[in-house]
Design a protein around this ligand. Structure first.
Ligand code: UFG
Length: 332
């Protein structure tokens, strides 16, 4: 019996594989290394001292998925595989719809064929669009403001409709806020192929001199220091949220959504200051124009995950900044 992890070599996927293995779960991993590297698979095995089956395949490939289910007794699936860059999704919407929807449709078809009806889906706080108020609760109105967000919302709806059609399904939709940080070993962390576009990978580039200055997108928002506020969450806490979600889909059917965040908001300048203080390095930055589509504030109310999954984020902002930098220093 094993949990299938799609996109298990990626940033959140690899940290989740480690926590699943540490919790005594058996896993099978599929990844096509589109935005990850084979080394991540070796490192997961090295860090945990555990072995598992790995398939280098695309999740859109239904026959490959079928083979994985035929060769392994898969009892639950955590579906991470997908494209995730908001800006790129605006430039290549068809590519995003094709990949993110096709992979999920292929997966759900094969799961149905093999009678595997327990799924944890990698959703995102993006499904709240520009939130009308903060903190954001799961009951708030959903909307998509870019193609990436549309794919997440469509998949969430598909899951809700699937459960409505067959009450044997047990699906947890996990809405991530802003994952940063890295494994405490310093061996794995965020390692995107190409130029990053999220705040922490760019702070790391500025800190290590790979980028001259970081642009802070806007300082005239209605927030305490004028810069945008987000709910940054340590990737290991996020990974542990998946272990809790797997236990929950085993226990009860349904299709609930859970916010996975800390419930605390930090501004861009607060993150820069915390990073500089904890790590003793300077982040050269300039104030730049606002980035289109950014909400002034977005942070979670994580109470439902606490109540239903028994999960809360425990790692603070200092540890997030320290572990992010530690990973870069170790892998320079
Ligand atoms: N920012 C900068 N400069 C940069 C990059 C980012 O100032 O060079 C700011 C942004 O304006 C924003 C904050 O840093 O205020 C965080 O930006 P990210 O791009 O790291 O994250 P977002 O909150 O925009 O988006 C993240 C994920 C999305 C997800 C969304 C859900 O990247 O996948 O959260 O809320 F959809």
């Amino acid at each position: 019996m094993a949990v299938l992890v799609t996109g298990g070599a990626g940033y959140i996927g690899s940290h989740t594989c480690i926590e699943l293995l540490n919790a005594g779960e058996d896993i099978v991993v599929i990844d096509n290394f589109y935005n990850s590297k084979p080394r991540a698979i070796e490192l997961i095995k090295e860090i945990t001292g555990r072995d598992f089956a790995f398939y280098e395949n695309d999740c859109c490939d239904e026959s490959a998925l079928d083979r994985i289910f035929a060769e392994n007794f898969i009892t639950e699936v955590i579906h991470f595989a997908g494209y995730k860059a908001v800006g790129e999704s605006c430039l290549k919407p068809v590519m995003y719809y094709e990949n993110n929807l096709q992979s999920t449709i292929s997966l759900l078809k094969v799961m149905q064929k093999y009678g595997c009806k327990k799924l944890v889906f990698s959703s995102s706080a993006t499904v709240y669009g520009i939130p009308a108020k903060v903190p954001v609760t799961e009951k708030m109105k959903l909307s998509a403001i870019n193609p990436y967000g549309s794919t997440k919302l469509i998949i969430e709806n598909m899951c809700r409709e699937l459960y409505a059609s067959d009450k044997e399904w047990s699906i947890a939709l996990l809405r991530y806020f802003n994952p940063i940080g890295a494994h405490e070993s310093g061996k794995i962390g965020e390692d995107p192929n190409g130029i990053p576009n999220n705040l922490m990978p760019l702070i790391l580039r500025a800190a290590s001199g790979k980028m001259a200055t970081l642009s802070v997108f806007g300082n005239d928002y209605p927030t305490p220091d004028g810069t945008c506020v987000r709910d940054y969450i340590h990737v290991v806490d996020l990974a542990l949220g998946h272990v809790a979600a797997i236990k929950s889909v085993r226990k009860e059917t349904g299709c609930p959504a859970y916010n996975l965040g800390t419930g605390k908001g930090y501004s861009v300048l607060e993150i820069i200051n915390a990073f500089e203080k904890v790590n003793g390095v300077k982040i050269p930055y300039v104030i730049a124009a606002r980035r289109p589509g950014d909400a002034a504030e977005c942070y979670s109310n994580p109470d439902l995950a606490k109540k239903k999954l028994g999960w809360t984020a425990e790692r603070g902002i200092e540890q997030m900044c320290r572990d992010s930098w530690n990973y870069i220093k170790n892998n320079a």
